[in-house]
Design a protein around this ligand. Structure first.
Ligand code: SAM
Length: 311
């Protein structure tokens, strides 16, 4: 009993030190000069070099300085710590995200989409042609500030985009974001739940980010997206979960992710389940292009050349 108590306390201390180290990292981003204690803590976990004059490590500073909004980094870590605290007390996830954080998350999803488009153009036959020479209509599910739409419109000069979002704030922010990106004339953002999409044969390309949607919304979206796409249209679907580890046991990161997704009430399908669901709904040529931007796993699927109407 005494041994278990000591072991439990030691493990808790170790994990709490990790949480405090993250807090120190987040706090360092906005500190022009670190105190000796702050620097020593960051040095102990490899984020700073002792005696470097009270700064984060030089190469990490460069990475942060290259971001469009470096202070968003600290805010994101702080939000993660608050969410962990909510989970510890059994609270549901409140919507604390402010306009700046919403924009910053949007920008980062736009950057991921730029990477996806490059990989798809390299690997999927006909995709580069569609972007370069076609006039594709793009459907952006969970459009947010419109950054994913902007990435597609900037890559494909002949494209037009329709974004769907259930949050009126997204519409307000998307207006300004799309204008700033110079693509507002080719984009329309609608206040609409994807579960209520009724268009048929209207799009060449659709984006379905599972981590943004409840599983009910994702289930409802699949037949509607199949119908909304032209025959032979592409669906790009992303899941935050990695492929099954085939009985080798799940790593800590994946276990944390699963619990977070479940608490947030969003779709927690891994790539295998997503692939099965896409096939069940009549999508063809379903394939994974892995995790090109190092975050979500991306699956690409096509509607059959002759699409049947939905029930
Ligand atoms: C992570 S944000 C999207 C980020 C986005 N790519 C950007 O550029 O800002 C996810 C968005 O999905 C929206 N959403 C959630 N459920 C939805 C649904 N059923 N239909 C449409 N949009 C939905 C949310 O309101 C939220 O704005």
């Amino acid at each position: 009993m005494e041994e278990a108590r000591a072991e439990l306390m030691a493990r808790i201390d170790e994990l709490l030190d990790g949480a405090w180290s993250l807090a120190a990292l987040a706090a360092a981003v906005n500190e022009p000069r670190l105190s000796g204690e702050h620097e020593a803590l960051l040095a102990a976990c490899g984020f700073a070099e002792n005696g470097d004059g009270g700064h984060l490590r030089h190469d990490y500073r460069e990475v942060l300085a290259a971001q469009s909004d470096p202070s968003a980094f600290g805010r994101r870590i702080a939000e993660m710590l608050r969410r962990a605290a909510d989970a510890a007390e059994g609270r549901t996830v409140p919507d604390r995200i402010d306009d700046a954080a919403f924009l910053s998350d949007g920008r980062s999803s736009g950057a991921h989409m730029r990477v996806f488009l490059k990989v798809l153009a390299d690997r999927v036959p006909g995709f580069a042609d569609l972007l370069d020479r076609g006039a594709p209509r793009f459907l952006d599910v969970g459009a947010g500030v419109g950054a994913v739409s902007a990435a597609v419109l900037q890559r494909a000069p002949g494209a037009r985009a329709v974004g769907l979002d259930v949050d009126p704030r997204a519409l307000r922010l998307a207006k300004g974001y799309l204008r700033d990106q110079g693509v507002d004339q080719r984009a329309e953002i609608r206040l609409q739940d994807v579960a209520e999409l009724v268009e048929t044969s209207s799009y060449d390309l659709a984006w379905l980010p599972l981590p943004a949607l409840s599983s009910g919304a994702t289930e409802a979206a699949l037949p509607r997206l199949r119908a909304a796409l032209h025959p032979g249209g592409y669906l790009l679907a992303a899941t935050a979960l990695p492929a099954d580890t085939e009985g080798t046991g799940e790593d800590l990161h994946t276990a944390v992710l699963r619990w977070r997704l479940r608490r947030e009430g969003v779709t927690s399908w891994g790539p295998e389940m997503l692939r099965d669901r896409l096939r069940e709904h009549g999508f063809e040529d379903v394939r994974s292009v892995g995790s090109p931007s190092g975050t979500v796993e991306l699956l690409v699927a096509r509607t059959p050349a002759h699409t049947a109407p939905i029930d």
